[in-house]
Design a protein around this ligand. Structure first.
Ligand code: NAP
Ligand code: ZN
Ligand code: ZN
Length: 347
């Protein structure tokens, strides 16, 4: 077993603090990854603060992991020492249910094993990427193409796949009007990916503060949702709305922006319920849907797509001692557009 440095939440309210955790021995099908960068996802904060339900402490979060293979088990065939690899939100699943067999492990009927805070096959609780090393079964490790630097690739492992998957599933592409609600970590990836897919992209942000950035990232239009005229002017416009907002919003107001037959897909995961009026849907045969990360195969497809289109995240690389401050900035919507921890600073 390997004892490694990490940063952990001691409970739901205290700041994260340095600690050590134990990684299991590298089994025949395992890969030991020397983590280079770990992205900060808003889900890390929801989870550590107990907003989605009780968590097990101390908890090391982080599910946007990019690094280099340091050791492989005797039976490993997919990865070699020195390979540049990533791990996202899952580290295992049952592998035999209909969804696992279809490559949609995120919907495993037995529940996928999350990268942190989940019960692993050996009964231990998984610990995430705010650490120097991780041991993961080879099937849940993806290849990071050479065209992507590891720091800008790390956020693709959650923010990238979580937006790529619904954009792909709901056919974002030429001739489609796509709106992205919230220009944070997920939102900025949604803009880049939807633009690369050929869609006409609009950002719906709280204010116009980040307009210049939004247009640079690939948006064709940018609107402030604090301005009520936005909801009047854009009524009936979009084929697809991707909602990335981490807080409760007035879903019915946004449903009014869909064209007939359009879909609003929620990837944002606020703890509060989102109320939907039946009339907001039936009048225009509209859908209100959700989407959860993406499968392992699709995650590899997303990484290859991003490499082909020169898409990485816009990152602010930080030292691990800046993590608590970075979390506060995420909560204040003051992130441009993903914080990434340089795990070398963990010592
Ligand atoms: P983030 O970087 O904090 O971005 C969220 C954005 O939402 C903010 O930048 C802000 O954009 C907007 N926003 C925040 N508070 C708001 C409010 N009260 N009203 C309106 N808009 C507000 O977070 P993230 O990492 O992208 O994650 C976003 C959400 O997705 C989180 O709830 C996270 O847990 C969830 N998530 C879900 C999945 C999945 O599989 N479904 C995967 C990853 C994350 P503007 O400043 O532009 O308004
Ligand atoms: Zn995430
Ligand atoms: Zn399964």
């Amino acid at each position: 077993m390997l004892t490694v440095n990490a940063y952990a939440a001691p409970n739901a309210t205290a700041p994260l603090e340095p600690t050590t955790i134990v990684r299991r021995d590298v089994g025949p099908h395992d890969v030991l990854i020397d983590i280079a960068f770990a992205g900060i996802c808003h889900s890390d904060i929801h989870t550590a603060r107990g907003e989605w339900g009780p968590a097990k402490y101390p908890l090391v979060v982080g599910h946007e992991i990019a690094g280099v293979v340091a050791e492989v088990g005797s039976e490993v065939t997919k990865h070699r020492v020195g390979d540049r690899v990533g791990v996202g939100c899952m580290v295992n699943s049952c592998r035999e249910c209909r969804y696992c067999l279809a490559g949609e492990e995120q919907f495993c009927v037995k529940g996928n094993i999350g990268t942190y805070g989940s019960k692993d096959v050996d009964g231990t609780i998984t610990q995430g990427g705010y650490s120097t090393h991780v041991v993961v079964t080879e099937d849940f490790v993806v290849r990071i193409p050479d065209a992507l630097e590891l720091d800008v690739a790390a956020p693709l492992l959650c923010a990238g796949i979580t937006t790529f998957s619904p954009l792909h599933h709901w056919n974002a592409g030429p001739g489609k009007k796509v709106a992205v609600v919230g220009l944070g970590g997920l939102g900025h990836m949604a803009v880049k990916i939807a633009h690369a897919m050929g869609a006409e992209v609009s950002v719906l942000s709280q204010s116009l503060k980040k307009q210049e950035d939004g247009l640079r990232l690939g948006a064709d239009h940018y609107y402030a949702t604090a301005d009520d005229s936005t909801f009047e002017d854009l009524a009936g416009t979009f084929d697809l709305i991707i909602n990335t907002v981490s807080a409760k919003i007035d879903v019915n107001a946004y449903l009014g922006l869909l064209a007939v037959g359009g879909a609003m897909v929620n990837v944002g995961a606020p703890p509060e319920a989102l109320a939907v009026n039946a009339f907001a849907l039936i009048g225009g045969r509209k859908s209100f849907a959700g989407s959860l990360i993406g499968g392992i195969r699709e995650t590899q497809e997303m990484l290859d797509f991003c490499a082909e289109h020169g898409i990485g995240a816009d990152v602010e690389v930080i030292s691990v001692v800046q993590v608590n401050e970075a979390w506060e900035r995420v909560l204040a919507s003051d992130v441009r557009y993903r914080f990434v921890i340089d795990t070398a600073t963990l010592g």
